[in-house]
Design a protein around this ligand. Structure first.
Ligand SMILES: [Zn+2]
Length: 455
């Protein structure tokens, strides 16, 4: 696979991801998750929450508001510094990222007024470019009935600020002792100039972030520990090892307050290794700034040491959309026709080898005929299984066609109910990956699948 086209096509055909507002021609770089996409993305978020909150004694959850006091974004530096340098073509009016144009020519960025090198022209038409303007990436909106500067607020460009401002609320209400973490999943918005590559970079997206608070001078080992844990999470959920790598940020890439930063990169078919997740040693910049701008203390009192200090932070930052896309890409496989779907004229079939915990539908229940006793037994089986898992009942088309549909959406287990089932009270379970078919007693089916789901 050299492009995302097979993924985009499957995503639409099978109800994973649609272009937003498609009937109106679509809204650029906004996407909607269809019935199977929402299940997959929910499973990604659920597995993240399990690893980050449920399985740990020292991390708690939070769900803070998207809209925050505008001072938040002054303190965070976003009002001043969250900008892209842009130039416009005076001839064809196309807009370009100034840093990208200079980078392509191997030139050093210099965005001071009047500093633009006139030899750099519009890549599209060769026209002269304007001076560099700074374009803020935050979406603005207004709160209340009056649209003036005083009522202007922002859609949050990152979720972590909601964690910082709640640091003491969470610490005190939960009586937490350092070190500890606060995790949150939620929407964020950035008015990117160059979004693209399907759901890789979108203007509305969902983050999965965790801030781990530690005593001054103690971030180093936690930074290394979280780096390893975040990488292992992707490996445990089935991403191939050679499709992942770390990239440590070099000195000049680091934000001025940051001590260290690393990306986990994924090998995307259309653009090579690109960022999938990040781990950052942020020092005490965030809490210090909020103390300065709010005038409120966010210091922690350590009862054992008898000391008061502003905690330092190791952040882990993952994108729910970006992770979902990576899992989809990595699970996608074209194989020789194997389902026995004779109607379709095809040599290749698609199997989505998603980790069982991520698969949108865990079990499909397929009665071999639409005759009443088979339907009834199949529906009874579904009723039992759906108490625990997402299931799908499908009685239309040949059994081969039904297997093929389930393979394409990554369903790990197909449960076929046939005429023998009425006599021996057993069904045939087909495993997506091994293609093995096992005869399992209806009574034991739930326990059988539960056991297989552990793998
Ligand atoms: Zn131009």
């Amino acid at each position: 696979m050299k492009s995302l086209e097979p993924i985009v096509s499957l995503a639409k055909r099978r109800g994973f991801i649609f272009q937003s507002s498609e009937i109106y021609g679509g809204l650029s770089s906004c996407y909607d998750y269809g019935p199977l996409g929402v299940e997959l993305k929910n499973n990604v978020k659920r597995m993240w929450w399990k690893a980050m909150v449920q399985d740990r004694d020292d991390v708690v959850g939070l769900d803070s508001a998207i809209l925050m006091h505008p001072k938040t974004w002054e303190a965070s530096g976003h009002v001043e510094g969250f900008t892209d340098p842009l130039v416009d073509c005076k001839v064809c009016k196309k807009r370009w990222r100034a840093d990208h144009l200079l980078e392509a020519k191997g030139m050093k960025p210099d965005f001071r007024p009047g500093a633009w090198d006139k030899s750099v022209v519009c890549p599209s038409c060769g026209g002269e470019l304007t001076d560099v303007r700074k374009f803020n990436l935050m979406f603005k909106t207004f709160m209340g009935a009056v649209e003036d500067d005083a009522s202007q607020i922002y859609l949050r460009p990152e979720t972590c600020q909601g964690i910082y401002v709640n640091f003491l609320n969470v610490q005190q209400s939960m009586r937490l002792k350092m070190p500890f973490g606060i995790a949150q999943v939620g929407k964020a918005f950035r008015n990117e100039i160059t979004p693209g590559h399907f759901t890789f970079r979108t203007r509305e997206f969902e983050q999965m972030e965790q801030q781990f608070f530690v005593a001054p001078g103690e971030t180093g080992p936690y930074f290394e520990d979280w780096k390893a844990r975040r990488m292992q999470w992707y490996l445990d959920l089935g991403i191939k090892k050679d499709h992942l790598r770390f990239r440590d940020h070099e000195g000049h890439e680091l934000a001025h307050y940051a001590k260290a930063a690393a990306d986990i990169e994924y090998l995307y078919p259309d653009q090579g290794f690109k960022e999938l997740a990040g781990i950052h040693d942020r020092g005490n910049w965030d809490l210090s700034r909020h103390q300065e701008f709010s005038g409120q203390s966010l210091e922690y009192f350590d009862p054992e040491k008898g000391e008061r200090y502003t905690p330092h932070i190791v952040e882990t930052s993952d994108g729910a959309d970006r992770a979902t896309l990576a899992f989809l890409i990595d699970a996608y496989q074209e194989v020789e026709a194997r389902s026995g779907d004779d109607d379709a004229k095809h040599e290749k079939e698609v199997v989505l080898r998603l980790h069982k915990q991520l698969a949108p539908i865990k079990a499909a229940i397929l009665p071999l005929s639409k005759k009443e006793p088979l339907q009834q037994l199949a529906k009874d089986i579904q009723k039992t299984l759906r108490a625990t898992w997402m299931t799908q009942y499908d009685e239309t088309g040949s059994i081969g066609k039904r297997y093929r549909r389930q393979d394409e959406t990554g369903t790990p287990f197909c449960v076929t109910v046939d005429f023998d089932s009425l006599e021996d009270k057993k069904v045939t379970v087909r495993d997506r990956d091994t293609m093995e078919q096992e005869r399992v007693a209806v009574e034991e089916l739930e326990a059988y699948i539960k056991e297989k789901m552990k793998v």
